[in-house]
Design a protein around this ligand. Structure first.
Ligand code: GDP
Length: 194
């Protein structure tokens, strides 16, 4: 699935801009700066792929990538920017809700969480949206190279506690480091199996 070229298809700002729901898709969500672009780039082996979604103006778009002949990879806007103007935040929350609830072909959402911090309140807000939309989600810990041992155990424990509160949560957490390549093969295999 990840062997071939992965191509940027389009940035979507409204529901009517979504491509036809004619193939399976997975989406990636996470707080700004969690390492989402780095992870998408590392997964696909393409350095600049997810950069587009990180440039100003693109950040509120749902970015679609074509993954193999039969899948879409969807990069959701980073959340948790306190300084974003309220109308902007509300607009993207509406779009996100509509997308999650209405996209029949969405197989799983990956919620990225910084291994140093574990699940925070904003992450749980997204998890609640996913529960409401009945979209199975799986937590992917990012930047595990930055934390080991007790600190990682604590953040995992906190995250597992949070997951227990969310019926749409898939129990298994994937540990990754885009920097070191850790967990990438595991995550690719999970996506390919969906
Ligand atoms: P995004 O806003 O979620 O797309 O985050 P980025 O992918 O732009 O990453 C945010 C920052 O974290 C950048 O400085 C990255 O270099 C750094 N980063 C991302 N992934 C890793 C990782 O696996 N390990 C380390 N040590 N740093 C990372």
């Amino acid at each position: 699935l990840f062997a071939g070229q992965v191509e940027f298809l389009k940035g979507v700002v409204a529901m009517d801009g979504l491509p036809p729901a004619d193939r399976a898709e997975v989406c990636f969500a996470g707080r700004s700066n969690v390492g989402k672009s780095s992870l998408i780039n590392a997964l696909t082996g393409q350095n600049r792929l997810a950069r587009a979604s990180n440039t100003p103006g693109r950040t509120q778009e749902i970015n679609y990538f074509v993954l193999g002949p039969e899948h879409y990879l969807v990069d959701l806007p980073g959340y948790g920017f306190a300084e974003a103007p309220k109308p902007v935040v509300e607009k993207w929350q509406r779009l996100l809700k509509a997308y999650l609830a209405g996209r029949q072909t969405l197989r799983r959402a990956f919620v990225l969480i910084d291994a140093r911090h574990g699940a925070k309140k904003v992450d749980e807000e997204i998890m609640t949206l996913l529960d409401g939309a009945a979209v199975t989600f799986q937590v992917v810990m990012t930047k595990v190279d930055k934390t080991r041992g007790r600190a990682l155990e604590d953040s995992l424990a906190r995250t597992r506690e949070a997951l227990a509160r969310h019926p749409a949560a898939f129990p298994e957490i994937v540990l990754t480091s885009s920097e070191k390549g850790e967990g990438l093969e595991t995550l690719r295999a999970i996506v390919a199996d969906l």
